[in-house]
Design a protein around this ligand. Structure first.
Ligand SMILES: O=C(O)CCC(=O)C(=O)O
Ligand SMILES: [Fe+2]
Length: 335
């Protein structure tokens, strides 16, 4: 069967029982052949504990060992998270034509808008998802005209959520800085201080006819500094740890924190950018709301001088602008 696009298949071809070839993963990538290990669970940390405990034993430890931590008691109200989910669901419930009016053009550098994938290569398989991607901070760079106009409260809710996410980001960056033995503001200022950027990506994974052969997002590390994510309560995310996939169980109210490449570089590898992927399923639509926290494009990022010396710990990463890093990652060039 010839399928024009992911949207045609997932939205108009709901009765299709067979997965078209562009979604069928090679055997060694298929979920049916790469099952998650049993009996291992990801770290969960309540942020209501005393500061020293969080620094010494919890958040930074999880980010060193896993590059990933689920946080609870993070200060963002469940009502606000619920409203965020409702406006995102409201957008994806629109007729396909209305969503396509927001289409991005990632191949030509227009990343914001509605689309199906960001890294394009004709030899690669296609991911089973569509998404909406837009900048959410800093205010001076944001163009809300690009954001969904439906539901009407999309903008207000998303702005409010992003304000809260930026506060939580500050706290996590402080804990991670202190976990390296550095001043609390070190990582934030190295990422551009108040110019730090937040990008919102709403991922939408419709039911898939043969989920055992497909992937939602394929294995990757996030190229930003940190990702803060909430899923809609449908399982599917897996993180890579010590040679195995580990399934991330849904924990209502928790926010999932992924260490991205820029924190790995700044920390000279003390924190690890977590490799992760998502599986899809036959019955239920999975959604997730990811905020990518990243430096401005012209910010130069390299291992922090405080963590590097020529004999004991030479730099493991090159120093370059975030724009250069991103270009190389998107085009699969060496860093
Ligand atoms: O949907 C998820 O849980 C993860 C999505 C993801 O990894 C991404 O958008 O970078
Ligand atoms: Fe990711």
């Amino acid at each position: 069967m010839e399928v024009e696009s992911f949207q045609d298949l997932a939205y108009n071809g709901g009765t299709t029982q067979q997965l078209p070839p562009q979604f069928i993963r090679p055997s060694h990538e298929r979920p049916e052949n790469t099952k998650a290990i049993e009996g291992v669970t990801v770290p969960v940390v309540s942020l209501s504990q005393p500061h020293e405990v969080l620094v010494d034993q919890q958040v930074s430890k999880a980010c060193m060992e896993w590059g990933f931590v689920m946080v609870t008691n993070h200060g963002i109200s469940s009502t606000l998270i619920q409203r965020l989910k409702e406006v995102g669901e409201g957008f994806f419930a629109l007729p396909l034509k209305e969503k396509q009016a927001y289409a991005n053009d990632a191949a030509n550098g227009k990343f914001e808008g509605y689309g199906t994938r960001m890294i394009k290569n004709p030899d690669e398989k296609t991911e089973w998802l569509d998404y909406f991607f837009h900048l959410a901070a800093p205010p001076a760079k944001v163009n809300p005209q690009i954001w969904p106009k439906h539901p009407p409260s999309y903008r207000e809710v998303t702005e409010e959520y992003n304000k809260e996410i930026l506060k939580l980001t500050d706290k996590i960056l402080e804990l991670l800085s202190e976990g390296l033995g550095l001043e609390p503001n070190t990582l934030k200022s190295s990422l551009g201080g108040e110019d730090i950027e937040a990008e919102m990506k709403i991922n939408h994974y419709p039911p898939c006819p043969q989920p055992e052969l497909a992937l939602g997002v394929e294995p990757h590390t996030d190229m930003c500094a940190l990702t803060l994510l909430v899923p809609n309560g449908v399982a599917g995310l897996q993180v890579w740890k010590d040679g195995n996939w580990v399934a991330v169980d849904c924990l209502p109210g928790a926010i999932l924190v992924h260490v991205g490449d820029q924190i790995e570089v700044l920390s000279n590898g003390k924190y690890t950018g977590v490799l992760h992927r998502t599986l899809v399923n036959k019955e239920r639509t999975r959604m997730s709301w990811a905020v990518f926290i990243a430096p401005p494009h012209d910010k130069v990022i390299g291992p922090l001088t405080q963590l590097v010396d020529d004999d004991q710990s030479p730099p493991k990463y090159s120093t370059k602008t975030f724009a250069d890093y991103r270009y190389r990652k998107i085009n699969k060039l060496p860093q």
